[in-house]
Design a protein around this ligand. Structure first.
Ligand code: PLP
Length: 461
């Protein structure tokens, strides 16, 4: 495992970056916040530098460089399709800026021929796969159980209840809170049986596991897939939306402008065919070059190898966290094959923000704290009642509960997890002193009300 990890670490920009601690020392940064965004692959940066001399406007020039850039852009769609086994001719790839934009775009398009239909989302979604549907459709939410797992029984019950009126089942491939993977092909089969289509929010799934959209003729076919390049080592602002060409024909584009039309007069607008009608303006070719290189590296390693390594790392993390008195784990499951490398927890008696801040200030460890843009899911896991929610809404100065999240990437090591656990044990062992120290600093630096604490202001070495 160590050899594998050493090899993975060499692929990443910034694994040796030193960050300042509160006491003024510098340590090698430990990034356990990969679900938010990942650092780039070294080869992604190299590829961009190689490409930049050839960089030019896509589809708008007749110069050699423009033709080259356009070729990379178009060929990129085929590479991306192959990566998730989308249909070569019937699916299209639309370039967006992230998963959020991809899902908003699809919601906007599907709402255009809407006839009062229903969208089934789930209780475990990131807000990106919840809010875009709310103002356009009647939305119902498939339940999760106590642990946070999706109830397939409730999905079927709701599909039956709405008797053919469900247009879309929209579900995350993997949760950014508990790491639970959903059985997307089983969900697809069920959705199709009741005449609905399926969208998979692949923001957390595509970077960590093999994803197969499957044949159009298969009941398990994934109709729509959305994901973000910045979560897969290519942080240059590209998102992907994949779906059948047909969905995107004869629609009113959300963004209107150059590149999305064939001919315009004062009297008429002739829109381009898909995907171009949804890609108005100058596209982000550098972002695409970055994503294609990241996909090349991920393919070379093998998505199943990545999945297995990250799972063993998160199993190790979970077991170690369970050994710390006062740690409360959320969505804990024995069956590691149904998870990706995420675990969320709290340390009793500690505010989640404070804990995350101390990990950074004392050990240079980056984690995330809060509701992780999955508010209803986290609220349910934390068992926050409606009355409590109302109280927090009416009292925005009262710090809201939350969790701390560890999310690993292929370059994280067992020794980094050991450092996290050692720091948590140290905090837990001296809770009162630790809290006092940080509260005093907080009061000195930003006044008593600030929920966040001191940020080291040292210059970089
Ligand atoms: N869906 C899930 C499950 C996520 O975890 C995230 C981001 O963390 C998103 C959607 C939104 O991704 P982006 O911020 O790239 O649009």
């Amino acid at each position: 495992m160590d050899e594998l990890n050493n090899a993975f670490r060499k692929l990443i920009v910034g694994v040796d970056t030193k960050v300042p601690l509160l006491n003024g020392d510098y340590v090698t940064a430990i990034n356990l916040d990969n679900a938010a965004t990942t650092p780039p692959f070294n080869s992604v940066m190299k590829k961009i530098l190689e490409f930049v001399p050839w960089y030019s406007s896509v589809h708008r020039g007749t110069g050699y460089k423009s033709i080259m850039s356009s070729e990379v852009y178009e060929e990129g769609r085929a590479i991306i399709k192959r990566f998730v086994n989308a249909d070569k001719s019937r699916d299209i790839v639309i370039f967006t800026k992230n998963t959020t934009e991809s899902i908003n775009l699809l919601a906007y398009i599907l709402a255009q021929d809407d006839d009062d239909s229903i969208v089934l989302s789930t209780e475990m979604e990131h807000l990106a796969n919840d809010l875009p549907w709310r103002d356009k459709f009647k939305v119902d939410y498939i339940c999760t159980d106590e642990c946070g797992k999706l109830s397939i029984e409730d999905l079927e019950m709701k599909l039956r209840k709405y008797a053919g009126k469900v247009k879309l089942v929209t579900v995350t491939g993997a949760s950014n809170v508990t790491g639970f993977k959903n059985p997307i092909h089983e969900i697809a089969s069920l959705a199709h049986r009741y005449g609905a289509k399926i969208l998979v929010d692949g923001a957390q799934l595509v970077p960590h596991c093999p994803v197969d959209m499957k044949d159009f003729d298969s009941a398990e076919h994934i109709d729509y897939l959305a994901f973000s390049a910045h979560k897969m080592f290519a942080p240059f602002g590209i998102g992907i939306l994949i779906g059948p060409q047909k969905t995107f024909e004869n629609i009113d584009p959300v963004y209107k402008g150059g590149g999305a039309v064939t001919l315009v007069s004062r009297q008429f607008i002739d829109w381009e065919s898909p995907p171009y009608n949804n890609e108005a303006g100058t596209p982000n070719i550098i972002g695409i070059v970055a994503l294609l290189e990241a996909i090349r590296i991920l393919n070379c390693i093998g998505m199943d190898v990545i999945h297995e390594y990250e799972n063993s790392l998160i199993d190790y993390t979970t077991a170690a966290l369970m050994g710390i008195p006062g740690v409360v784990l959320y969505g804990n499951s024995e069956k590691h094959e149904s998870k990706i490398g995420i675990v969320s927890f709290n340390l009793l008696g500690f505010d989640h923000r404070l804990l995350a801040k101390i990990l950074s200030c004392e050990a240079g460890i980056a984690v995330r704290s809060g509701l992780f843009c999955a508010h209803p899911y986290v609220e349910k896991l934390l068992k926050i009642t409606d009355q409590e929610l109302q109280y927090y809404q009416e009292n925005p100065d009262v710090p809201f509960p939350g969790m701390v999240r560890i999310s690993v990437g292929l370059y994280n090591s067992y020794s980094e997890i050991d450092a996290l656990v050692a720091c948590l044990r140290w905090i837990n062992g001296d809770k009162i002193k630790c809290k006092q120290k940080y509260t005093e600093i907080s009061q000195k630096v930003s006044g008593p009300k600030s929920p966040l604490l001191y940020t080291p202001r040292k210059k970089m070495p």
